[in-house]
Design a protein around this ligand. Structure first.
Ligand code: C5P
Length: 366
């Protein structure tokens, strides 16, 4: 059994952690833990309970007796009562969270619950102390950042219609105040750990950020590929290296097509992907760089997944022909051939090219 894959992501308010983390978890098909939601839920609890919120001892006693977790749809619950997203994310709650976040006993209790939720699981955990306190042994640590201006703009873009909207200057000031509180508090402060990858997201498209983190994750744990590609290409387990069971889709058999008819094709020049009719996916082999790129699911190619073909773990047989066998460590195999595949080529959108380059930047740093 491979060790569980733990990805911990920290960063300041508004850096895009929640959105990135949710997409990443879906892409990798692993659990997602939003620890901020638990601080928010605890804050709703202290405000609704009528306890003296100015008394840290009473706040700690109240929060420590609460069970906070998530329902099957990912909504946060306090003592099994689901809290709506609009409620926990309202500015009125955000401005009161410090009462819980700065309280050492509250933090101890929440960290204890968080550790129990992630124990033994493949998971991506997001917060302020995910890399330092909750998952100090995570295989991949990311510090996701963006300038205060960029973060304020993003926050204003998602401001609830019912609430008076601050100006950009006010939003920047509020963001800086929250940064100060998150970084300066004595317990569980937001810090960049030495072993974290620092990712500044200003100017990056969401899919590029997800692509980079996916690439780092796959670099650290190749077995993740099985999850990444599960709905992208034919994947099976085989005791005989080089051979896999061919999966059958609901619309008949589906197969992966690898396209590299042009031996001159090199990284940076790939501008199209191939879609298989009746199939679920398509691929482009970027020659000379040992990167396999897959784009799309079903009839709608959207995101790209690029996979590193490390010499010691990946083999591509007959890369110039319409036939390839890819194998990772003898256990994860993909089998592809051109027989019966009708193809159609589509130009990559600028976002897809950017996404592809995000993978190449990680796998093939210049
Ligand atoms: O991530 P989100 O904005 O939902 O977090 C809300 C607040 O909860 C943060 O500003 C921070 O003060 C607190 N928090 C924390 N530790 C975490 C997650 C959130 O102190 N792991």
């Amino acid at each position: 059994m491979a060790k569980p894959m733990v990805i911990a992501i920290d960063g300041p308010a508004g850096a895009g952690k929640s959105t990135v983390t949710r997409l990443l978890a879906r892409r990798l098909n692993i659990l997602y833990l939003d620890t901020g939601a638990m601080y928010r839920a605890a804050t709703v609890g202290i405000l609704d309970s009528g306890i003296d919120r100015d008394d840290p001892i009473e706040v700690a006693r109240y929060v420590s007796a609460r069970h906070i977790d998530f329902d099957e749809h990912g909504a946060v619950m306090i003592d099994k009562v689901v809290l709506p997203k609009e409620r926990i994310r309202s500015p009125a709650i955000t401005s009161e969270i410090w009462r819980v976040a700065n309280n050492a006993r509250c933090r101890d209790h929440l960290v204890h619950l968080q550790k129990a939720l992630v124990a033994g699981r493949d998971v991506v955990v997001e917060g302020r102390d995910a890399t330092t306190v909750i998952c100090p042994d995570a295989q991949l640590k990311i510090f996701l950042d963006a300038s205060a201006e960029e973060r304020a703009r993003r926050r204003l873009g998602e401001w609830p219609a019912a609430e008076p909207k601050p100006t950009l200057d006010e939003a920047v000031r509020t963001i800086r105040e929250r940064d100060g509180m998150d970084m300066k508090r004595e317990v569980g402060p937001l810090t960049i750990s030495d072993d974290a990858v620092y990712l500044l997201t200003d100017g990056l498209h969401l899919s590029e950020v997800v692509a980079r983190i996916t690439a780092y994750a796959v670099q650290r744990q190749p077995f993740l590929l099985e999850k990444v590609v599960a709905n992208q290409l034919l994947v099976g387990r085989s005791r005989q290296p080089g051979y896999v069971q061919v999966a059958t889709g609901t619309d008949g058999a589906w197969q992966l097509g690898l396209t590299n008819p042009d031996p001159e094709r090199m990284p940076g020049t790939t501008t199209s992907i191939t879609r298989n009719h009746g199939g679920r996916q398509a691929g482009t082999l970027v020659q000379g760089a040992a990167i396999l790129c897959l784009g799309g699911v079903a009839e709608h190619p959207h995101h790209i997944v690029a996979l590193p073909m490390l010499p010691q773990t990946w083999y591509v047989i007959e890369p110039g022909a319409w036939h390839a066998v890819i194998q990772v460590q003898g256990t994860i195999c993909a089998w592809a051939e051109s027989s019966g595949i009708r193809e159609e080529r589509a130009d990559l959108t600028p976002e897809q090219i950017a996404e592809l380059n995000a993978y190449l930047d990680v796998y093939l740093p210049k």
